[in-house]
Every structure is written in C-alpha cells, then in structure tokens.
Write a protein that binds this ligand. Structure first.
Ligand code: ATP
Ligand code: MN
Length: 540
C-alpha cells in the first residue's frame, strides 16, 4: 500500500502508520496467511478450520451503542441497546489503533446490501487473516476492477487480541462490540467470534434503513421459486432459517438478513454469504450446505475425527454452536444479484420445545402481527442432567437483540406491507417438538418440515380445509401432501392429551404475559391474534 492509498484508507480510521498491511487479499492468500500464522488447519475438503477462542457465540451484554446527539432520542435504550459514552469510545478507539498499528493487518473492502439504493460501502480492519476471509465470504464482494478506495459508509476495527480495561474504558468486561453511528465505526475487541462483525453491520442497517430508506430490515432467510415467487423465513437462532431456505428447487437469496423495499420494491440480501450451523450436519439431510464446505469456506470450533482431517460434526466438545461461513456462490442455485420481488409467502419459524404449536398453520393479519411482535421460540434448558422444562424465548420481530429502534417500529412497517400486499400468505412453522415436550417427544423430522413448506409454496394447501387451533387460533390444515396426517394436530401426537391441554394453556399464558409490554401499541386488530388462556377452552 502506497502512502496515497494509506491516506485514503487508514488515516480516516485514526492510523498514523502501521507495521504491515494486506489489502483485499483473495481467499487463497488469506488461507496461506492463516495457516502460516497458526490460526487454523485445512480440512480434507479444503476448508479452513479455525477456533473463535473463549467466545463461541456473540456476547449481547457487551454490545453497546454510543449515545450522542444523533442517537439519544432515536435508539431504544435498555439492556439490548446499552448506551456508551462518546468520550470513552474515542479513548478506546485510540487504544485499539495503537494496538493494531504494531500488527500485520488485513483490510477488506466490500458492501452490505445487494440493492444499490441501500448499499453500505464497508472497510474492515482485521487482526486475524481468517477473520478477513470471513468478511470476504459474508459481505458482498465488489466486481473486478471496482475502485474501493472509497470513503466508507461504515468501518469495523476488529482486534480479538485487544482487551479493554473495564474500570478505565467503560466496558462491562474485557470484550466489547461498540457501534458509533456518528463516527460510522464499530470497534470489536477481546472476542474472536466472527459473527460479531456480521451482526454488527446488521445492527447498523436495522437502524439506518427504516429511517432513511423506508425499508424494512428483517432477521430472515429468503429464497425464490422458478416463477419468481419469493418467500422469507423469520426465526430466532436454530429455528431453521439457513436449513430451510437452502432448497434445491428454489434459488437462494440469503440465509439471515434481508431488507424489504417500499411500495412494489421487493427484497434484497444484506450479505454475500451464509453462516450455517454445522452441528450434526449430514450430506444426506443438508447436501447443499455439506458441499459448500470446501476450499474458501471456514469451519469454526469443530474438531477432526482423531487421526484424520475429516470434520466430526457430531463433536460438540468446543460448543454446540459450530458454524461454517461460505460465500453465496458455494450454493449451486444461489441468486446473483441476491434481490427478488415482493414476498408471496412469509414463514415464521419457531422451534417449540414444548411441542404445543402445530407443525404448520396459516395466520391472518391479526395473528401475524401478534406472532411477529411476540417472536416466540423455546429452547432446551441446557445439556445438564435432569433437564425439565424448556425455556421460552420471546424476541420481538424474531431478532430483538439486533434492533436499535423500538420493536413496534418494525412491526408497524410489516403491518403496512401486509396491507399493501394482502395476497401475501403468512405461515407459522413449528420446527421443534412433536409427540410431547422435550424429553418425551422428538424433534419434527426435517423431511416433513420441508414437505410442509413445499406444499405451502406450491399452492397445495390452497384448497385444504383449515381448522382453528382452539388455544392459539391459528388455522391448521387437515392434510398436507407427503406428511402423515396424524402429526398435523399436535394434540393427537401426545400420549396424554390432558397434558397437552395443560401445556398449551400454560404456553398461552406466557405469550399473554410477554405481550403486556406492547399494551400501548396493540390495537384491537393485533389483540385478536392473542391466544386463549381460560381453562374453559375445549381442545377436543
Ligand atoms: P441462526 O440464526 O443461528 O443462523 P438458523 O435459524 O439459521 O439459526 P439453522 O442453522 O437452520 O438455524 O439451524 C436449524 C438446525 O436444526 C439445523 O442444525 C437443522 O439440521 C436442525 N433441524 C432439525 N430438525 C429440523 C426441522 N424440522 N426443521 C428445521 N431444522 C431442523
Ligand atoms: Mn442461519
């Protein structure tokens, strides 16, 4: 990098000089650097395997937003958007730059947002070569010959080896991810979890798009059929966004973050790649993801079958959150550019470990708004012995932790879109338990969930008789091609129907309790989507 290049690229980020710097290296170079530096190992399919260290997931309690003139009245402050002092940010920024200046640095320039109207030009400075490869995979790659010496719309400085001093720097712990909207800069330190970078930029777009572009940012995956019919899949972590959007019969738009443009504008991916869970991955059940894990892809926190370079996807000794990061072209039918029309189907995915919600049901606008704001899923409590109750999670808009604005802002936008496009079908899919709660029942077979989604997408449910679920009010189809009829009504899958009724009403109570915080926002229409909680409800 010559001095002009340095001036335009790194000087604006606060650097006066750096030890050495690698600019926009292609994957092969980055893999060589990563191996030379001992950051990882090659797998037998040519992927780079790396560890994220102490943090094997994001650290939401250490995600801050600088509170200043721009953000003070617009950000929804609280334990999700934790305020950070501007002066402390500047101080930490200086320390971080001083730390990084002495290292070999990897700089990457790319975009977030596949639609030109809402594209952010990014510049990312990494301490780790494999992180720079992650950014190559996950963000959008500029076409050959494009001059990327731009004034970035947003930058990231990511230094996993740098730790803050909480007493001096105003952080909670040594690790941090701090967004500064005025400086257009994210600082990440003390953690090598690569997902912090992609979700950092997601947070930025979740703030900017509703404001400036009237575009709805969504924590969802998306794909499109041959007829151009787009579908989006909202869901919290582990509910199936990545798995279910990867469908050999439909082109993949993206697996995690999308925007929905105003009016007749459709959807677009924010990212250039996927970040898929690989726990228990198999070639049979998820062939596209399996085959995407080749040269250029990264696998995180996995282990080899002893004595080989074959990844053992069943090994969760580091974490259950093992992941792969690959660029979209690693999926055979990925769309390029990743933009599609107005969605014709919206799926809300929930992994209900109580086994209460039907595996597929259709929602009217009231139920759609209610479930969107609720953002329900239930996790298995833990992996210790004697697990009892699954834990309910309510995360507004199926991604509350990524929302800098109040959830009702996004819900309002979705409601408006549903009014503008009344033909859109909304479905609730339970990818979680059937035949009982966790511990008694089993997880819904992936093949069945896929068949249910295919049936919905191909119009096979259009003429099918629907019956309202007695507690949740959602409309349950009586038959779905390729799926045993008896699993469609969850109560019938339980050995003890009385236990089902009790669990269903208890879950309904949780929904109602959680929804109290939206009392000011919820009108009659939305409240019509609430479940029944009275014991008098007949479930027969
Ligand atoms: P994140 O937001 O963390 O990326 P995600 O919503 O993309 O999460 P996936 O990566 O798709 O979640 O994870 C779903 C996991 O559940 C996969 O490991 C998949 O194999 C497994 N699974 C098991 N049964 C089902 C099912 N019926 N439907 C969907 N996924 C299932
Ligand atoms: Mn995913």
């Amino acid at each position: 990098m010559n001095s002009t290049e340095f001036q335009s690229r790194l000087a604006p980020l606060g650097f006066a000089n750096v030890h050495s710097l690698f600019l926009n290296l292609p994957p092969a170079d980055l893999v060589e650097h990563a191996l030379r530096r001992g950051e990882g190992q090659l797998t037998d399919t040519g992927a780079l395997m790396a560890d994220t260290g102490k943090f094997t997931g994001r650290s939401p309690k250490d995600r801050f937003i600088v509170r200043d003139e721009q953000t003070t009245d617009s950000v929804w402050w609280g334990d999700i958007n934790i305020p950070f002092e501007a002066t402390k940010f500047d101080q930490l920024h200086q320390k971080l730059v001083a730390y990084l200046a002495g290292k070999e640095l990897y700089v990457r320039e790319g975009y977030a947002g596949a639609h030109p109207a809402s594209q952010l030009k990014l510049r990312i400075v990494n301490e780790l070569a494999w992180h720079n490869l992650f950014c190559y995979n996950l963000f959008l790659r500029p076409a050959a010959g494009v001059d990327t010496s731009w004034a970035a719309d947003f930058s990231i400085l990511c230094a996993p080896g740098f730790e803050a001093d909480p007493a001096v720097d105003g952080t909670r712990q040594k690790n941090f991810a701090i967004i500064n909207f005025s400086k257009k800069l994210i600082l990440i330190g003390g953690t090598a979890y690569a997902g912090e970078m992609k979700k950092g930029i997601f947070g930025v777009l979740n703030y900017l798009l509703p404001h400036a572009q009237d575009t709805l940012p969504m924590h969802c995956s998306a794909n499109v059929g041959e007829a151009g019919d787009a579908a989006v899949f909202f869901g919290l972590s582990g509910t199936g966004k990545t798995t279910l959007s990867t469908d050999p019969h439909r082109a993949l738009v993206g697996d995690d973050e999308h925007g929905w443009l105003p009016g007749q504008g459709g959807i677009f991916n924010f990212e250039g790649g996927c970040y898929a869970k690989v726990i228990d991955l198999s070639a049979e059940k998820e062939p596209e993801i399996w085959n995407a894990i080749r040269f250029g892809a990264i696998v995180e926190n996995t282990r080899f079958v002893p004595g080989t370079r074959t990844v053992d996807y069943a090994n969760v000794s580091v974490t259950e959150n093992t992941r792969t990061a690959y660029p979209l072209p690693h999926i055979p039918n990925a769309l390029e550019p990743s933009v599609a029309g107005v969605p014709q189907h919206i799926f809300f995915l929930t992994a209900d470990a109580f086994g209460v919600l039907p595996p597929i049901s259709k929602l009217d606008k009231s139920h759609a708004m209610y479930h969107f704001l609720s953002g329900y899923t239930a996790k298995v409590a833990g992996t210790e012995m004697g697990i009892t109750e699954p834990q309910t999670t309510f995360s507004a808009c199926f991604g509350q932790v990524f929302l800098p604005l109040h959830p009702t802002k996004y819900a309002e936008m979705l409601g408006q879109k549903m009014d503008e496009h009344p033909e859109v079908n909304v479905w609730l899919i339970n990818t979680g338990w059937t035949g009982g709660s966790y511990g008694v029942g089993t997880r819904m077979k992936l093949g069945y969930t896929r068949a249910m989604i295919t049936a919905a997408l191909t119009g096979k449910l259009a003429g099918v008789e629907l019956r309202a679920h007695p507690v949740f009010g959602v409309q349950v189809p009586g038959a779905v091609p390729g799926v045993p009829t008896e699993i469609l009504n969850p109560r019938q899958t339980w050995h003890d129907p009385a236990a089902y009724d009790k669990t269903a009403l208890a879950l309904a109570e949780r929904f109602v309790e959680n929804f109290r915080k939206y009392a000011d926002f919820a009108n009659e229409e939305i409240l019509a989507g609430a479940p029944q909680t009275t014991g008098a409800v007949s479930l027969a």
